[in-house]
Design a protein around this ligand. Sequence first.
Ligand code: EPZ
Length: 423
Amino acid sequence: MTEGYLSINGRRKLSGETRVQGCKNAALPCLAACLLCEKGEACIENCPRLTDVENTAQILETLGAVCCFDESGHAVTVKAENVFGTAIDNEMMNRMRSSVLFMGALLSRTGEADLGYPGGCEIGSRPIDMHIRAFRSLGVDIEEEGGIIRCRLRSKIKPCQISLLCPSVGATENIMLLTARSEGETVIRNAAREPEIVDLQNFLNAMGADIRGAGSDIIVINGAPSLRGAEFRIMPDRIAALTYMAAAAACGGKIFLRGVNSEHLAICMSVLRDMGASLRRADGGLTVSMSGRPRAVNMIKTLYYPGFPTDAQPAFMAAATVADGTTVFVESIFENRFRHAPELKKLGADIDVNMCQATVRGKESLSGAEVRASDLRGGAAMVIGGLIADGTTRVYGVPHIERGYENISRDFSDLGADIRMIY
Ligand code: EPZ
């Protein structure tokens, strides 16, 4: 079978409107949280239609839950009254990083979990030592044998104070999932502050939990003995929004992004303004306009929220390839997150990578070529590269992109691009 690719005829200004999808990185922990719901149904709306969501639903079903998507595929009902499984096989664990959240969810629900190491984008070593350390201090025995992590709750969860070495999103979420149904008060210090953590808190609270502080670096969890069904609407995907915003800054034109929460985008909006874009909030969305070539900004350094998001770094690097001047990117979250740089160079970009720093000297134009996505956000950068470049670009490795973008070719077509999926 021949491999499908995205075919892009570039160098068009963007214009039009698209609705930003629900947030992948909020939907995945909320789906794992459905496992805690012993009574009634959990209904999640604005769920993006993604392979990672399908894989998460498949894990839930293996464990005994029943997941039903509505016709649109954007609302899912999960019934988890009967959870009988306690193990997730390696192949399923390997499909994505967020599978690690079933460690907390399963332990909370059944007191046991046997699982392999999670997969996900190859952007660094991505250890789970902080999850394991926190779980041990909460009273979980954890052993590893032949690649399987065997977790057993000794008796009850032992609420305690946990200080994370760094504000890990996954570790913060996993601790919330493990302790949401425990007795007593658990405190997470140096917690991740991402908006997706606030979504998880709000969903767990809608199910009857008592969690406060998400969005700050101290989260206090007072376990509720049992959780019940609830309805919840997932926040808009801030990284998908930033992908389209970076593309507009690179290509020029005027686009309207419906359903964006601009409060989540503050730092990137300020960078885009420095690049010369004009941004206006109105009518439940955001207008991005750009005329002429983007200006280079001196340095973009990725940081934990509310700093510049590592997930938006590849898209902004693609835009910087045609900026007037030199932009230096410093990646401080993941050690291997410049795999898109050599691919952008195939389009003619001038980029030097040295360890965790990439220097991008902006050029007047790029030219179309065959490129390959090797991870999700790097794939989005390839698409922006193709939109910028003269002539035709083929982007291979589309399944990586489909893990996080519902339909990137539809969205960019709505924004006036000439892009098609070729099977
Ligand atoms: C989440 O990954 C996101 N994934 C990632 O999105 C995102 O890039 C990342 O947070 C940072 O914002 C999901 O939400 C499913 P971390 P996560 O734990 O939880 C180190 C995308 O493109 N660390 O906050 O895995 C780790 O190596 C993806 O949508 C440890 O050392 O990230 C990294 O350097 C990719 N030990 C830093 O912390 C641990 O036990 C932050 O990682 C855990 C993490």
